[in-house]
Design a protein around this ligand. Sequence first.
Ligand code: UD1
Ligand code: CA
Length: 516
Amino acid sequence: MIQPRSRTVVVLAAGEGKRMKSALPKVLHPLLGRTLVGHVLAAATAAAAERTLVVVGHRAEQVTAHLSEIAPAAVPVLQAEQHGTGHAVRLAMAAAPDATGTVVVLNGDVPLLRPETVTELIEAHESAGAAATVLTAEVADPTGLGRIVRDPAGGLERIVEERDASPEQRRIREINAGIYAFDAAGLRDALGKITTDNDQGEEYLTDAVGLLAAAGAPVGVHVAADVTETLGCNDRVELARLRRLLADRVNEGWMRAGVSILDPATTWIDVTVHLERDAVVDQNTQLYGTSTVGAEATVGPDVTLIDTAVGAGATVLRSHAVQARIGAGASVGPYAYLRPDAQLDERAKVGTFVEVKKSQIGAGAKVPHLSYVGDATIGARANIGAATIFVNYDGVHKSHTTVGESAFVGCDSSLIAPVEIGAGAYVGAGSVVNRDVPPGALAVTRAQQRTVDGWVRSRRPGTAAAAAAERATAGSAAGAGNGPADAGNGQVGAGNGEAAHHHGATDPVPGDTATD
Ligand code: UD1
Ligand code: CA
């Protein structure tokens, strides 16, 4: 049992990260739901520190603005010119003159560090009463990293940077992760003594460790059980590798928690996403931000969800959703686009080539094909026929459309907002509706159909169409009048795609019965 001690966390995030070749500071590059520095700060919470200092320098304003969003309690410390990791920590310690106990220093570009490892490092350090404890790892390729030089007794002697290392030292495969615990007083003392006598002419934090060891202070090494936790990010190739490693870790975590991930290699889940048991994630699916997936829901293949909630038992197939809410048992796609504030109540359906924005689709309501729904409230069990457009924008203002429960909007209709279709009302296919339709009424606005019998025979003789017409009418007296072109019974045609063909014959629409 360790005595509780005062703790301070220092995160180093002032460097430019030249090898990223980016306008964005390195520590602000995104990695599955957090920035690099965001991951480090998340791991650092395990230290339960009284104070967290973040050393900022390159594009300090941008980094500080990000910190105020993700970790408002963290205190930025400006390192206007970056003279090395030792210089950075020296400035941080100067900004916290009363800090005592343990100081945990974390490189801002080591994002796969786990909170558990921070806890272990602190426990090892504090229980040993060490002046410094360094997190190290044995790696296959130590290129570019600081090497751990051990004394004959196996203790840490010093850390040597690759560019300052001898050929024998370069063969050492135990590396410095850039993660340390220090005793505050010892750290201050050592930082006062480090020089810039090295290849880069910088103040190296690693030299503080060497000075403490040389002075006979107890310096410990904590070897990371999982090497991936110690990997830094210096260029975009490394960033891509880290993303792969983190995705594997996240996917494994969810699979062990009862989620089926059918193709982990093509599944990318932000660390901020939550999934419930028996959710199924099919291949090539990205779940980002604050997205959630309920129990027994299926998402994918080919789905991207950003800050979107999927209810239990819902299905989302080959679709893209941003800030949408998909209710329990609802069905989305294939090929749907849900935009911010699209809300599907339970068992609602948004089908193929349908775009929904800032609209509520009531329980069991259906928008199955080829529609745009914007700024609308659609009641429970309403049916919106194929190719219906909610005309919400007049070039200046957006307006709202309400469709009542169990209303039926025929295919290829335009509902010109603001407008209300009452509960149980019908809209005939092909209508352009700009006045309210009372509950239970039928509105139909399409032009009358004109049918010219025998037109193909006289105007398109010798064509395939003429031959087909000839065959179809062979045996009937005049070859016209009762074929498929006969419009005499004026069906409503309010139907929804295929359904429209089956039930029209008994439903005359006033004024819609003429042949010509
Ligand atoms: C550092 C270590 C090296 C270790 C490696 C692990 C030193 C001298 N070397 O090397 O032993 O193996 O990390 O990844 O510490 N930073 C500042 N101010 C500065 C310089 C750097 O805030 O003046 C920040 C950077 O933004 C970065 C971190 O410190 O987040 C590490 O700096 P970097 O230049 O990447 O150090 P490495 O050369 O990788
Ligand atoms: Ca680095």
